[in-house]
Each structure stands twice: as C-alpha cells, then as structure tokens.
Design a protein around this ligand. Structure first.
Ligand SMILES: [Zn+2]
Length: 257
C-alpha cells in the first residue's frame, strides 16, 4: 500500500527477494510473468507460498506440440490458479495473429485469462534468451489488432505501453475495448525517446487517449509513485495502480488490506 492506494504490479518476473522488494516499493500484489518452463515453475511455487501476493501467468513453449496446449492450459488453470499467459514473441518467433495460437486464445477467452504480449525493442544485458536470438521484428504490437477483432472477449495487455511502438499501442487500446497497456520498463523506453518524455507524461498521455481504465501499473524500474506524480485525478490513479488489475484478474482486494 502507498497511503490507502492498493498497488498491483501487473508486470513482474519470478525471482528472489520479491516479498522484500514489494515491501520496499509498497506493492501489495504482483503478476508473475513466466518466460520459459523454469520461470513458470518458479511462478507457481511463489504463488503457492503467498497466494495473496503472487498471481502466476502461464508460458507457451513453441517447441512443444501446440495441439495439446489448450488442454495443458486448462489443467494449469485448475491445478495452479493460472490467470493469464505471457507471450515473449521475440523468443517464440511468432506474431500475435499466428493462427496456431487461436485455439489457445479460445480457452483464454472462455476462462477469462489475460494475454500479455511483450512489445518494444529492448536492449538488455543479453541478446539471446532460451537459446534463441531475441528478434525485434516480432515486437511490434500491430498484429494484436487482428486478434482483438477475432476475439472481442479476450483480455489483451500490451506490455511496456508498446515500448518504442507506444503510439501504435495507445491507438490499439483506444480502438479496442479489450486491449490494455502496462507501464513496465518505461524508464528505459522513455530514456531513448526524442523529443524527451517522462514516464509520468507518457502514462498521462495514454490515459487521456485510451482511458485510465486501460492502463495498468507495471514495474521494471518504475516505482508506483510515478503514477501518483502524474496530473491524473485521484480516481484515475487508483484505477491504474490497482483497481484495473483486480478487475482484469477477477480478484477482490484482500480483506486484510
Ligand atoms: Zn518484463
């Protein structure tokens, strides 16, 4: 909590010391985005240790038989309380409108699961992930447009506010009722933009265009205070910091908070 603001980090990755990190940053709940099978296992373990704090997202391994994936996903939801899927297209080497993924989207739409797609060209301290090159060509959010048309019930989140494709991502969220944006890693993306724009300004801009109910606080270097420092209304800040996330995840605010 920050003051009486309930804070959900909609973009976290499983790792060590997350409970401590959340305490330091005032984060009440984190969505754990799994990239790889090991990360998925770790997300599940963390959510079983602290179910009120950690919400696990699933991972689709493109090397496995995709025909079996809808069934595996249903089991994962039943067994582990999975509430969404993280797609990492620069590793998986597919676009969002790849028809191989449509049976998976059908299950997500039916069960109310969120599909978060990485977007934006990133420079990390590694160029390969899971043994493959991280290819920028897959990081444009535009193919999500087709998916949003084909699955109007599917909850879709474009990570990093689209990153360097923020203009495209914001218009997609403006255009489609079911497309959302998270704010993770904005300090990196904003540091690369000309003319200069701060994360606070970009968040305000996205909320003005697409609506505050479409923007979800995500961390990766961005503190929740950045949302409080925008010029948005108190109501809009509450939506972005936590209420939108709870609504999308189908969760209640824990009564102990
Ligand atoms: Zn991330």
């Amino acid at each position: 909590m920050i003051g009486d603001y309930f804070v959900v980090n909609f973009h976290e990755h499983p790792g060590d010391h997350l409970v401590q990190k959340n305490a330091e940053m005032g984060i009440d709940m984190s969505v754990l985005l799994s990239v790889g099978d090991d990360a998925l296992e770790k997300s599940i373990a963390l959510s079983q240790e602290k179910p009120e704090m950690f919400v696990p997202f699933y991972w689709v391994n493109p090397a496995r038989d995709l025909d079996q994936e809808p069934q595996r996903l249903r089991e994962a939801v039943r067994k582990w309380g999975i509430r969404g899927i993280k797609f990492q297209p620069m590793d998986q080497h597919w676009f969002a409108d790849d028809r191989r993924l449509y049976p998976i989207y059908e299950v997500c739409a039916e069960l109310g699961l969120v599909c978060t797609w990485h977007a934006g060209i990133v420079k990390l301290n590694f160029k390969y992930e899971l043994g493959v090159p991280m290819l920028a060509r897959y990081t444009d959010p535009l193919p999500i447009d087709q998916v949003a048309f084909d699955f109007p019930e599917l909850k879709i989140c474009i990570a990093h506010l689209g990153g360097n494709f923020n203009y495209r991502a914001i218009v997609l969220a403006e255009k489609h009722e079911n497309v959302y944006l998270d704010t993770a890693f904005l300090p990196f993306f904003c540091s690369h933009m000309l003319p200069h724009i701060s994360p606070e300004e970009l968040i305000s801009h996205a909320a003005r265009i697409a609506g505050a109910e479409k923007v979800l606080y995500g961390s990766e270097g961005l503190w929740p205070q950045a949302v409080l420092h925008t010029e948005l209304s108190d109501r809009e800040k509450r939506l972005i910091l936590g209420e939108n996330a709870l609504r999308l995840l189908g969760l209640e605010r824990p009564s102990t908070q």
